[in-house]
Design a binder for this molecule. Structure first.
Ligand code: FAD
Length: 505
């Protein structure tokens, strides 16, 4: 267990909460609502809007009489390339119907027609035009307000307790303490540790690093999904649905060079190759207009975002590039979101319940957030009476005065260049050596919030680099140019802890 900041808990403003939920995306909000409905006092700590709000496509669920959870399971397994955990995947596909009904009950007005997305064999994706995530977020947020759940705007800094959770320290202009015996991490993924990303700035992956300092292992952190069509120099994503309707990917000569409907990683690698050769890549939405599709009506969010950035998709092709999008790995949890430290739970993108295996199927992550958010709430409800309360005083002092020898931008560049779509031994080793060198003197860093964040994100990067180097094969989203095929001996999970380094299941 390692702390970073200087603090003395006996000096901090403090309060008590039965349960603290950190993060206000679909995972955290669902957990909070269900716990409140079960009669518990919950407190949501959040830094602000995360990925959920920006989700465009939808949420998958086999609800149609001609579809079946089993088909959904098979589709997910096909994408997951042998690494999906069957127990949790069955839960995901089976419990979706109840949770979609809950979302409706809580106020989400899905479109009448469900739609199909890449990798799904049936049109099972529930959507609200092209702003499904926002619609879900707003409905859940309203429910949170109606139920009177307390929301604190602040940033998690430290988890307290040795063998179990005893509390947390957060920052909202000053350090503050909350005593609690149950903490649910719902802090989203860590895809933003790459130079180009579709993730908003509030989702930084640093809370995973905070958990790692408590001895928590990350499961499968090498699996990071890249999205092929993000508008150049922004984090604006243009969803697959646009290509599904016929939008084309072209180069600077206006020529197509890839089948737009291939899986995400294949399209992303083709675009990346083109860019590396010095070309430019565009998404041409004008064809949709020629087909009689009204862009403004069919894709109102994308249309507005593009207009705000000065692009007119009706007149010009939009410059795009691939960007990191989804962190498949995360805190190792059981089928109720329980982590290996007593009193700690994780849900949503920060958790790894094993449902996605080595590649996430489109629209399965919102589903994961709501299905497992519900289950975490029930688990916490039953665990609470058995969790022992302890409020030991903790003092942490160290004399660090230095600045780190690198910045977040340096780290993001390193990850992008050496551990992006195409990975290989030499580059991964170079990156690991560089990162380890940067981290060597971390105990001498000044105890600022920014330095704490940088350390914690770097720990996640360390996990990703180490496991990417270990996995000498290509599987799902992990592509090694020096091992461009799956290898049976690697059909297993990786697990990384900063205390034990790498071990594998
Ligand atoms: C552009 C885009 C489009 C997407 N489209 C889809 C889609 O159509 N369908 C689908 O299934 N998935 C989609 N995804 C993925 C999906 O949005 C996410 O996987 C999912 O929303 C994650 O939910 P979550 O609750 O785990 O976290 P998030 O919604 O990311 O929320 C994380 C929360 O944690 C808070 N937080 C983080 N760190 C701290 C800290 N240290 N202290 C306090 N608070 C903290 C953040 O402020 C935020 O409130 C998309 C993702 C993006 C980026």
């Amino acid at each position: 267990m390692l702390h970073f900041l200087n603090f003395d808990t006996s000096q901090l403003p403090s309060e008590k909460a039965q349960v603290v939920i950190c993060g206000s995306g679909i995972g955290g909000l669902t957990t909070a609502i269900v716990l409140r409905e079960l009669g518990l006092e919950t407190l949501i700590l959040t830094r602000g809007i995360g990925n959920t709000y920006y989700s465009q496509g939808g949420i998958a669920c086999a609800s149609h009489p001609e579809d079946s959870p089993y088909l959904h399971l098979l589709d997910t397994q096909r994408a997951g390339r042998g690494l999906c955990r069957e127990e949790t995947l069955r839960i995901l596909v089976d419990e979706g119907v109840q949770r979609i009904a809950d979302l409706k009950r809580w106020g989400v007005e899905f479109d009448k027609e469900t739609t199909i997305e890449g990798g799904h064999s049936f049109p099972r994706v529930f959507k609200v035009k092209d702003y499904t995530g926002r619609a879900i977020y707003e409905a859940l947020w309203k429910r949170v307000k109606d139920l009177g759940i307390r929301v604190v705007m602040g940033e998690l800094q430290e988890i307290l307790g040795e063998a179990k959770v005893e509390g947390i320290i957060y920052y909202d202009g000053g350090l503050k303490l909350i005593h609690t015996k149950a903490l649910v991490l719902a802090t989203g993924g860590a895809a933003s540790m790459f130079l180009y990303t579709s993730n908003p700035v509030k989702v930084r992956g640093d809370a995973l690093g905070i958990a790692m300092r408590k001895g928590i292992s990350l499961l499968n952190p090498e699996f990071v999904q890249f999205h092929p069509t993000v508008v150049k120099d922004t984090n604006i994503l243009i969803s697959e649905a646009v290509r599904g309707e016929g939008a084309l990917i072209i180069d600077q000569k206006g020529e197509r060079f890839v089948d737009e409907l291939q899986p995400r990683d294949v399209v992303a690698r083709a675009i990346y190759k083109k860019l590396r050769e010095g070309g430019d890549v565009y998404l041409d939405l004008r064809v949709l207009q020629d087909k009689g599709i009204d862009l403004e009506k069919r894709f109102p969010t994308i249309y507005t975002l593009l207009k705000e950035k000065g692009y007119d998709p009706q007149r010009e092709p939009i410059p795009i590039r691939p960007a990191s999008h989804y962190f498949i790995g995360g805190v190792e949890v059981d089928s109720y979101g329980k982590a290996t430290l007593e009193g700690l739970y994780a849900v949503g993108e920060c958790a790894c319940s094993g449902v996605h295996g080595a590649n996430r199927l489109a629209s399965n992550s919102l589903l994961e957030g709501v299905v497992f958010g519900y289950r975490v709430a029930y688990r916490v409800y039953h665990d609470l009476p058995f969790l022992k309360e302890e409020e030991r005083k903790v003092k942490h002092k160290r004399k660090g005065m230095h600045n780190p020898p690198y910045t977040f931008e340096d780290l993001r560049k390193l990850m992008w260049e050496k551990c992006g779509f195409e990975r290989e031994e030499r580059a991964l080793k170079e990156a690991l050596e560089k990162l380890r060198g940067w981290l060597e003197g971390w105990k001498g860093w000044e105890d600022t919030i920014e330095n704490r964040q940088l350390l914690d994100i770097s720990l996640v990067a360390l996990a990703t680099l180490t496991t990417a180097l270990w996995r000498k094969e290509s599987r799902g989203v992990h592509y090694r140019v020096d091992y461009p095929y799956e290898r049976e001996e690697y059909r297993r999970d990786s697990l990384f802890s900063i205390f034990d380094d790498l071990y594998t299941n």
